[in-house]
Design a protein around this ligand. Structure first.
Ligand code: ADP
Ligand code: ZN
Ligand code: ZN
Length: 740
């Protein structure tokens, strides 16, 4: 429908972002009718070079604006969305993100759309659903519990059930497919009804304690304005209860709540707590969904149908018409920072989004990041604390075990083994943490000292024994067979050195032959649903040993674990990265926080060669907050982030010399244009100089004022990209979290 067609003395144009690594937007011609009807944020199909692509309208060039370029402009080919699918606030967020992270706008814009829409598929009016066709199949499903529960669930539905709802309930697509194969259920398409469902309480809220009440009141006071809160509560202090009570007030007004958690593994636990409390529409957004499921889940959020949107990092760009609150749980977690490509930090993007949306945001953690504490110091975030564990639970007591003097068996000190035995005898659960998967981190010749190293990287091969013996480089992925004897001295004296989770598992099996041992790491949980199975076991009140990597450190609730042991904390303490003590402290406190969450008191054992290390001692004799305050002071004295802002340029090439030479040149260039405003470190070889056959080098740029840093770096960076030789791969990381 065209009401008033525009007229213009120059051809009418729109400016679009194309899905390519290009920092500029491009102009295309449109008809007067298209110009009038098109909205910013709509998808259009355009010709680009010899290809066609799905672009997003970022701007309508005002009529009568003379054309800047001499190039002959092309017409758009097709309008895919008559009205925009994303909100204007999300468009502002995308533009800001591209500017802030110096990343091509065309690629940043992709973050706001699910894959299907990026590929040019239409907005869906129907979505996959499942219905029962065999109403008497119980007999056939005797042996598969999963299939039987899914079947029983579907039997109870009057209408076909959306696949996304089934996934949210914890059923998996392979289970559904298996039932389909047996001709018990059938896939169909169901019309999507986007009307929102009113929210109701399914469970009476707990009576908040004083700290919780104070936090809830303070947040609700700022309900209709932008305000950031740091909910700093020790593990088990009831942060989730604070979220739930604040959410209820916001949801009651018909607004949406966006909740971000660090990883998929935590979504199922969180969703069941939300479900238990609220009867309302919840949608899950994470990378484990198929493209079609993700589109449906995204549409539920985007139309306002879903009241609670629970997701991982990338959900921060989801358009939400009625957003009223953002919650980032475990805000210190590194998973919120994307570590390749578009290197945004979901926490910082979320803070800016809350500001744009004029709504409150809660950052919650038992070990808040030093960056967030700095924002508290600058009065940009309001600090709320929860100081006691709820109920009878108290924080576990920590013990240091000096490995220099304590005899070890299978990597565990005798002292620790004694304590584990005792806990198991009392029918309690034990958690053993080791952040190294595989059998052993090094394979060495005892005779001549030869070590198995990756030919492509400056790194040792990790020895794996499962599913067969092999060497695996965790940096480039190379896999090799084990040499039968030492390649140098030909002796058969190759020996695994150091501990991996599999080796510890073998040792534990010998030490505790009658106890169930569950290993949780990336190798043991690669199969879908295996984590859920493990959690089920942990929640049965039976003695067992849980052994695993950082997958165990995050937010999980293990009510029967009373002893936690961290086998090797020294790697973190010895790292050159100035953030290493912060990460190690967070890891120790988070892992420790898994102990003693139930009725029984917990204990934590830390094995180390450095029992005198200041980080460890502050944590043990004081607590994380004291550690954080000390760390802030140290960073301030050393003028390190967050007291200076940083940008890290990474460059890699097969040619080491040319790589360093190029970085030297561009570094000089930046020095000249920025005068004394910035400090530049490097070029310095990366901590791992050679990775996958390429030499890695860094340039670290520091500035006291964020505005200065960004101003100079932005101008410099476009020049750098135009000068970059083809054999060098460059990337830029604004506010880097890791210097590797
Ligand atoms: P956190 O997220 O801070 O680690 P949780 O929210 O998981 O802590 O709370 C720990 C336990 O305490 C949960 O089992 C929760 O139900 C319980 N809890 C929280 N708040 C209260 C309260 N006010 N009264 C009683 N129990 C509570
Ligand atoms: Zn040898
Ligand atoms: Zn390698």
């Amino acid at each position: 429908m065209v009401l008033n067609t525009v007229t213009s003395s120059h051809p009418l144009r729109i400016r679009v972002a194309v899905p390519l690594p290009l920092h500029d937007c491009f102009d295309y011609l449109v008809t007067a009718e298209q110009y009038t009807n098109l909205e910013i944020g709509s998808r259009v199909k355009v010709p680009f070079g010899r290809q066609q692509c799905i672009a997003v309208v970022m701007e309508k060039v005002p009529p009568n604006t003379p054309q800047e370029t001499k190039f002959k402009l092309k017409h758009i080919l097709e309008v895919l969305d008559p009205s925009s699918l994303i909100t204007q606030k999300v468009i502002s967020l995308l533009k800001w993100s591209a500017q802030y992270y110096l990343f091509p706008i065309g690629e940043v814009v992709q973050s706001a759309f699910p894959t299907r829409l990026r590929q040019g598929y239409a907005y869906a009016r129907t979505a996959p659903a499942w219905k029962v066709i065999d109403f008497d199949a119980n007999e056939k499903l005797k042996r598969s519990e999963k299939q039987r529960t899914a079947y029983t669930h579907l039997l109870r539905q009057i209408e076909p059930c959306f696949e996304t709802s089934l996934i949210n309930e914890g059923f998996s697509l392979p289970t559904l497919r298996a039932l389909e194969k047996k001709q018990i259920i059938q896939e169909t398409e169901k019309n999507i009804d986007f009307s929102a469902k009113p929210i109701q309480l399914a469970q009476i809220p707990l009576t908040a304690n004083e700290d919780q009440k104070n936090a809830i009141d303070q947040i609700l006071e700022k309900q209709d304005t932008y305000q950031a809160f740091l909910l700093d509560g020790i593990t088990g202090s009831g942060k989730t209860e604070v979220y739930l009570q604040v959410m209820y007030d916001v949801l009651k007004q018909g607004k949406q709540v966006l909740v971000l958690v660090p990883e998929i593994g935590l979504t199922s636990q969180t969703i069941s707590r939300f479900r238990a409390r609220f009867d309302c529409h919840i949608t899950l957004l994470h990378s484990g969904l198929t493209d079609v499921q993700r589109l449906h889940a995204w549409q539920q959020a985007q139309t306002g149908q879903a009241s609670i949107i629970l997701g991982t990092r990338s959900a921060i760009y989801t358009p939400l018409p009625h957003l009223g609150l953002i919650i980032l749980d475990e805000e210190h977690d590194l998973s919120f920072k994307q570590q390749d490509g578009f290197r945004y930090h979901a926490r910082d993007v979320a803070l800016y989004r809350a500001y744009l949306e004029k709504c409150p945001i809660i950052l919650g953690s038992a070990t808040p990041s030093i960056d967030s504490f700095a924002l508290v110091e600058q009065k940009k975030i309001q600090h709320l604390t929860l100081n006691t564990r709820t109920g009878n639970a108290v924080l576990p007591k920590m013990h240091l075990i000096d490995l220099k003097v304590s005899p070890k068996v299978h990597g565990l000190s005798q002292y620790l083994i004694g304590h584990i035995k005792q806990r198991l005898q009392q029918q309690e659960q034990v958690l053993i943490f080791l952040n190294r998967r595989g059998y052993a981190p090094v394979l060495m010749c005892e005779h001549c000292g030869w070590q198995a190293n990756c030919p492509n990287c400056d790194a040792h091969f990790t020895l794996h024994t499962q599913p067969y013996q092999h060497l695996h480089c965790h940096h480039c992925g190379l896999i090799q067979v084990l040499p039968p004897s030492c390649p140098e001295c030909k002796q058969e004296t190759l020996k695994p050195i150091g501990l991996g989770t599999v080796k510890v598992e073998d040792g534990l099996k010998e030490l505790f032959p009658d106890t169930e041992i569950i290993r949780v790491d990336r190798d043991s949980t690669s199969r879908v649903g295996s984590l859920e199975k493990i959690y089920e076991k942990i929640h049965q009140n039976k003695p067992l040993i849980l052994l695993g990597t950082q997958m165990l450190a995050k937010g999980h609730h293990f009510p029967y674990v009373t002893l936690v042991a961290i086998l090797d904390i020294d790697a973190g303490l010895l790292s050159v990265d100035f953030r290493a003590p912060e990460r190690t402290a967070q890891m120790i406190v988070q892992v420790s926080g898994r102990a003693g969450r139930g009725e029984k008191k917990g204990e934590v054992f830390l094995q180390t060669l450095r029992p005198d290390h200041p980080t460890l001692n502050t944590l043990i004799s004081k607590d994380y907050r004291v550690f954080a305050q000390q760390t802030l002071k140290e960073r301030q004295t050393a003028l390190l982030p967050p007291y200076r802002y940083t940008v890290l340029v990474r460059s890699e090439s097969k040619d080491e010399q040319k790589n360093l030479q190029f970085l030297t040149e561009i570094s000089k260039n930046l020095q000249e244009i920025s005068a004394q405003h910035l400090e530049i470190w490097g070029p310095i070889p990366a901590p791992m100089q050679r990775k996958a056959g390429k030499y890695q080098a860094h340039l670290v740029i520091l500035g006291k004022e964020r505005a200065h840093l960004h101003y100079y770096v932005r101008h410099w960076w476009s020049f750098v990209l135009s000068q970059c030789p083809t054999h060098i791969r460059l990337s830029i990381d604004v506010d880097p979290q890791e210097l590797n």
